[in-house]
Every structure is written in C-alpha cells, then in structure tokens.
Design a binder for this molecule. Structure first.
Ligand code: ATP
Ligand code: FE
Length: 347
C-alpha cells in the first residue's frame, strides 16, 4: 500500500506557508486527511485492501505527533484486513528510493540531505547501513528554509508556493554568488560530519548588513536577495561536496565500495537541487564514482519510497510483523552502525 507522509501533500505545508513545521498543525492535518488519502491511493491503484501483500508505514525517525497518527491508523488497518505490517525507517527509505527505478547493487555510498538530516553512509543491504558522518547541528534543508524565511521569500511573487530550498534555487539562478564570501564550514576538521548553523549565522549577518545598506526593515524583500540565495546555495553545495569527497576517500582506503562500478547515491529533498547535484557530480567524476539520484519528485518525501522500502523488505523477508504486533514509533532513530568516530580517528 502506498503510505503517504501527509506534510508532503497537504497543500498547507507548514514549511512553505508558515516557514517551518508546526507539530500540532502537522498532526491535525495528518488526522484530517489520512483516511481520504489512503482511500484515494487504493482507488487509483485499482487494488482492494484484501489484495495488498502488506502495509508499510514510517515509524521512525520524525515528529512524534505525525508518526503517531500514521502508526495508529496503520495498526487499525492491518488488524481489520489481517495484513502483515512492515515498520519503515524514513531515512532508509530515502536511501533506497533509487533502487525503485533501476538496479543499484549493494554496497553503495549514499548522501542523504533533507529537512531534518545530513548524513553519509554506506548502504550494505536493505537493513544494513554504516554511518560515516552526520550533521552536528542542523540539516541543509532546514538551513535553506530558515534563510528563505529570513529573506521573506514567501512575499516574493515567484516563490510563495515553494519550499525554502526551492525558492533559494530559483532565485540563485540569476544571482551572483561571488558577491559575498562565505566560509565553508568545518575547514579544520577532517571527518565526514557536517555543520550548517555557523553558515546560517554568516548569512544572517550579511542579510542584516544589506538591510541597513538598502535602508529597509527586517522582513522586507531585498533587491540583493538573489545574490544571497546564490551564495548560500553554493556554500551548502561546497560543504556537501567536501565531506562527500572525504567519505569516498575513506571508503576507497577501507575497501568499502566495489572496485567495479562504485556508486554514489544522493537523495532527500535537498538532492533535488540541480546546482548541488552538479557540484556533487564533479566529486563523483574526480573519484571515479557513478552518481545516481532519484527523479526530483522522489527525492522529497513521497509515499512511493515508503512502499518501495516495504517491497524490498518483503522480498528479503526482513522486518515483517504480524497484524497484532506491538509497534511503537521512535522520534529519534540513528541510521545504521555509527562509525563516525572511527572515520574521525582515521582522518
Ligand atoms: P527528513 O527526511 O530529514 O525527515 P523531510 O522529510 O522533512 O526531512 P524532505 O521532504 O526529504 O525532508 O525534504 C524537504 C527539504 O528539502 C526542505 O527543507 C526543502 O527546503 C528542501 N528542498 C526541497 N527542494 C529543494 C531544492 N530544489 N533545493 C534545495 N532544497 C530543497
Ligand atoms: Fe524526508
């Protein structure tokens, strides 16, 4: 069954209209729409509940209030229709989405960049991940959303219906990234972790200075917003590229990737950014990796990726529970075996 993360569909996405997710509002919207969305997904697919092989649902990590609504609904559904239940890790689903469209053998290196995560991992199997690095503060999607909010892009005629990241990408196309100097984060640390909070501070300082120069109040649209967008997007891309390069070197030194056709997969909402994709392709080319990315629409949250993770698990008989299993959601759930310290020590 297609499982839908409603904040991606609700049309009142807390990220674009309110500038960020408001948990009680997200929960209310999940509650209001879940029944209809599931019914419509079934109708469109032409399947009856009885024909479903199993039900796959995100149970970790994420907003407790939203996970709770999904899990509660699914548990009722699987009991009512006597179907197996497959709990899904949201980030594993982002990582494996690419395999829905083409064969990508394990192991491969994966960079996940989204609204809540920034991580590098080796995907060794459907439920087997080696975590090389993660963000120490905020995620790149969150950073871009906050910059877009600080620039009041919601008021921009071309950006009002876009997420923060999409708005930044659109404006950046006409911007001059070289107008501002932004230090790439973590220049002195040689591991595979990320940090975006300091970068956001640098950008905020620039915005404040521009407001003073243009003589406008905080929250006004700046004529130089496109240049800030271009500089911010470039800085995020440069940071992601440097850490990814380091991860490739670590993998190559430790034989973690196959010598034949090694692959770098990038996924998560921020991966839909064409500029970031282009910068990453330079790293991939320089290190002899094939770069793969799901189509942009499947990089951001979508129900198909959760269903696909269910299919992969079903095929391998992994993590399939009976309808009456006791399952709890987990707001925090790191991905895979964490070897970030080992990576740091090897740097
Ligand atoms: P997580 O997967 O970490 O739980 P999430 O599910 O909320 O977070 P996604 O749906 O994968 O995140 O991605 C949403 C994020 O991607 C938002 O922060 C949004 O601004 C960002 N994003 C979407 N499109 C683009 C783009 N074209 N360029 C940059 N960022 C983008
Ligand atoms: Fe996501």
């Amino acid at each position: 069954m297609r499982w839908l993360k409603l904040k991606a569909l609700c049309g009142f996405c807390c990220r674009c209209r309110a500038g960020g997710i408001i948990p009680p509002l997200a929960q209310q919207l999940h509650r209001e729409h879940i029944e209809r969305v599931v019914r419509e997904a079934l109708e469109r697919s032409g399947a009856t509940p009885g024909q479903l092989a199993a039900v796959a649902t995100t149970v970790k990590p994420g907003l407790a209030l939203s996970l709770g609504v999904g899990l509660e609904f699914s548990r009722r559904f699987v009991r009512q229709h006597n179907k197996p239940f497959i709990p899904i890790h949201h980030m594993e689903a982002h990582a494996l989405t690419v395999r829905m469209l083409r064969p990508v053998p394990f192991p491969f290196l994966v960079l996940l960049v989204s609204g809540g995560h920034s991580l590098l991992a080796v995907a060794r199997g459907v439920d087997d991940f080696l975590l090389l690095g993660r963000t120490l503060d905020e995620a790149p999607g969150d950073t871009l959303d906050k910059v877009a909010r600080r620039l009041s892009l919601i008021k921009h005629p071309l950006c009002s219906a876009l997420s923060g990241g999409q708005a930044i990408e659109l404006l950046a196309k006409d911007g001059d990234r070289k107008r501002f100097y932004l230090r790439t984060p973590m220049g002195q640390t040689y591991d595979c972790c990320f940090s975006f909070a300091g970068l956001r501070n640098q950008i905020t300082t620039i915005i404040k200075k521009m407001e003073a120069e243009e003589g406008v109040e905080e929250g006004a649209l700046l004529s130089g917003a496109k240049d800030v967008a271009a500089a911010a997007q470039h800085a995020v891309a440069a940071h992601l590229a440097k850490r990814t390069h380091r991860a490739v070197l670590f993998c190559q030194a430790n034989n973690l990737l196959p010598s034949d056709d090694p692959t770098l997969v990038v996924s998560g909402g921020v991966a839909s950014n064409e500029y970031i994709q282009k910068v990453l392709s330079i790293v991939a080319e320089a290190t002899g990796l094939r770069l793969l990315r799901p189509p942009a629409g499947l990089c951001t949250d979508n129900g198909a990726m959760i269903a696909w993770n269910g299919v992969e698990r079903l095929r391998e008989g992994k993590g399939i529970l009976p309808p009456d299993a006791d399952v709890v959601y987990e707001p925090r759930a790191p991905l895979g075996d964490d070897i970030t310290e080992q990576v740091r020590a090897a740097a």
